[in-house]
Design a protein around this ligand. Structure first.
Ligand code: PLP
Length: 377
């Protein structure tokens, strides 16, 4: 395989392949070999590579205006805030450039709104690598080398209401949860657990923040995952697929709890960039009811297919955020799939994560299952 060797810090275990082109659910490497992409930049390229709608919107905006300061308005930023507010049912947006930044904005917002620094998060969670986001990430191995982190984080067990109550204190100002733990191994929060979190947040007068960086923008078969879970949080973070691969992050604050931030409290030079926001508007328009119904059907097909593969102990997911619990370590299987022409990722030691573009159809799912069967046999 062709590899570009470059002076990069050693932060990723990069596979020895260099991609040069993408088209829908397919990638092409520098030697011209094609791969079926069931990773999609880890749940980022939701509409598939080179989708005409965000591509045309970004191109048109590139020709008009690339950047002005957030001291001024641009049309795409205002349009995107409007679309997201409508989808949410009434919210105000803060735009930044990544998932971790969206989480940082949420942590600051909750602190300012409640006057309390405590954050109740979950074991196995993942909220990003910046120091604040890492402080509320429930994975000791990722935190260890960077301690001391922010004080005030407490961790409960997923789907264990008792442990949620036990971890709460008078200082808790924010309850931060992923509807599906993505990096933590595709572990689904139950509706009952989320309902308990809503009640606890109300009891504590804390804000409930759902981190939908990975689950948002249609990935689970509804625009926001919370729509299918019977709750409405006060804060939501988005990033990954919002602009189909252009960098963006977003904090949404429900209308009921707006007003805590004032000018000067938070900022981001590139946040709300017009080119990125134009692409994100096109993404929001493309993630319609028809596509969401397809995501649910394709996701169900994928889970059913995985359940019958050798070496798969169980399969689970919401929409096209799918995990297969293997009887062996996932990393070598990911590497073997790449050799066989299929991109997938690992989420934890033994979980294979499948996050194809939302536009993947039944044929592509069948093809991916065929390759996986060969690899696992
Ligand atoms: N929150 C969740 C739920 C994520 O899955 C991720 C990334 O995987 C992040 C936050 C961090 O996002 P980013 O890598 O864009 O900073």
């Amino acid at each position: 395989m062709t590899v570009v060797v470059a002076p990069l810090l050693d932060t990723y275990p990069r596979a020895a392949v260099t991609f040069v082109e993408g088209d829908g659910v397919w990638l092409t490497d520098a030697r011209g070999r094609r791969y079926l992409d069931f990773c999609a930049g880890i749940a980022v390229v939701g509409l598939g590579h080179g989708h005409p709608a965000p591509l045309a919107a970004a191109r048109a905006q590139l020709d008009r205006l690339w950047h002005v300061s957030n001291l001024y308005w641009t049309e795409p930023m205002a349009a995107l805030a409007g679309r997201l507010s409508d989808r949410f049912g009434g919210a105000q947006a803060f735009f930044c450039n990544s998932g971790a930044e969206a989480v940082e904005a949420a942590l600051k917002y909750a602190r300012k709104a409640t006057g309390r620094p405590g954050v109740l998060a979950l074991d196995g969670s993942f909220h990003g690598r910046t120091l604040g986001a890492l402080s509320v990430t429930g994975q000791p191995a990722k935190r260890h080398a960077f301690e001391p982190l922010l004080p005030g984080a407490a961790f409960a067990r997923l789907n264990d209401v008792e442990s949620l109550h036990a971890a709460a204190t008078a200082e808790t100002g924010c309850i931060l949860l992923e509807p599906v733990q993505g990096e933590g191994g595709i572990r689904l929060a139950s509706p009952a657990f989320l309902a308990a979190a809503v009640h606890l947040a109300a009891e504590l007068d804390a804000l409930l923040c759902l981190d939908e960086v990975q689950t948002g923008v249609g990935r689970t078969g509804t625009f926001f995952a919370f729509e299918q879970l019977g709750i409405r949080p006060q804060l939501v973070t988005l990033a990954k697929s919002l602009a189909n691969g252009l960098p963006i992050g977003c904090l949404l604050v429900a209308d009921e709890v707006t007003g805590a931030f004032e000018p000067g409290d938070h900022a981001s030079t590139f946040g709300g960039n017009p080119v990125v926001c134009a692409a994100a508007c096109a993404v929001c328009d493309a993630v319609d009811d028809e596509l969401l119904a397809d995501v649910q059907a394709t996701g169900a097909q994928l889970v059913r297919g995985l359940e019958h593969l050798p070496g798969v102990l169980s399969a689970r997911g919401r929409g096209l955020l799918v995990g297969a619990e293997l009887d062996r370590p996932a990393a070598p299987v990911v590497a073997a799939c790449l050799e066989a022409g299929l991109l997938v990722s690992a989420a934890g030691e033994t979980v294979l994560r499948l996050t194809p573009p939302l536009v993947a159809g039944p044929d592509e799912v069948a093809q991916a299952l065929f390759i996986l069967e060969e690899v696992l046999s």
